[in-house]
Ligand binder design. Structure first.
Ligand SMILES: C[S@@+](CC[C@H](N)C(=O)[O-])C[C@H]1O[C@@H](n2cnc3c(N)ncnc32)[C@H](O)[C@@H]1O
Length: 222
């Protein structure tokens, strides 16, 4: 019996849409450049240079931070364009469910759209695991799918857990399951010892169609 994310209704099965007619991004669309990190640079500089990028994908954020002078360690469970980034980024192949880092290693951990593919128990463990890599006084900055992200799979396919969907294959890019967070669900994954500095719902424009996300900045209690 899966543990439920709070703030969402009981599991249900939704009709499968015609992905194109419904106005969805094709699964292999490459993201557009996205300057979401710019608003956080000053805070990141203030806490220190060592940054972890969890689920870095092709590494746009890692490269942006490295260009700004941060010492970036980036990992993803899939191979990416490691080695092509300038300036260099320390890149690993790793899964967020088995992190290879010592606790309290980084001043900041970021996770952009990478911690919303797992069942609820693994989601809690993933947030706790990434959080544990942050030193006391450091930052954890993440963004995840919001529950109204209808152009990117929200409410479509089989809801295998509350808020967690087996997304129709026409919409799939990184996984066949996607979690869509209510604000209550975001608050529920915040690891112990962290306080919220910023939690905002945003519409972002990095794909063909608008995407709804929660953007969250946490600080680890000193
Ligand atoms: C939507 S992409 C985001 C990539 C990048 N963070 C960005 O914002 O451009 C999601 C990434 O999360 C990675 N990912 C998903 N589940 C993961 C896991 N369990 N461990 C590590 N990476 C994971 C995927 O391989 C993919 O590269």
């Amino acid at each position: 019996m899966p543990v439920s994310a709070p703030g969402v209704q009981a599991a249900a099965v939704y009709p499968l849409p015609n992905a194109q007619r419904a106005g969805h991004d094709p699964p292999m669309a490459d993201p557009l450049p996205d300057d979401w990190l710019a608003a956080f640079f000053d805070r990141l500089v203030a806490v220190g240079p060592n940054v972890l990028d969890a689920g870095c994908g092709p590494g746009m954020d890692a490269a942006t931070l490295a260009r700004k002078g941060f010492a970036v360690t980036a990992f993803d469970r899939k191979k990416s364009v490691a080695g092509k980034w300038l300036p260099p980024v320390d890149h690993l192949l790793a899964d967020v469910r088995a992190l290879p880092f010592r606790p309290a290693t980084f001043d900041t951990a970021i996770a952009s759209l990478s911690l919303h593919y797992l069942p609820w128990d693994e989601t809690l463990a993933a947030f706790a695991g990434v959080g544990a890599t942050v030193r006391p006084g450091g930052l954890f900055l993440f963004r995840v799918n919001a529950s109204d992200d209808v152009h990117h799979g929200a409410g479509q396919g089989e809801e295998v857990e509350p808020g967690f969907f087996q997304v129709p294959t026409a919409l799939v890019r990184h996984a066949e399951t996607k979690r869509f967070f209510t604000e209550a669900a975001v608050r529920a994954v915040i690891p112990a010892q962290f306080s919220v500095l910023h939690l905002v719902h945003r519409t972002i424009r990095r794909y063909q169609h608008p995407k709804q996300v929660w953007e969250c900045l946490l600080t680890r209690d000193a």
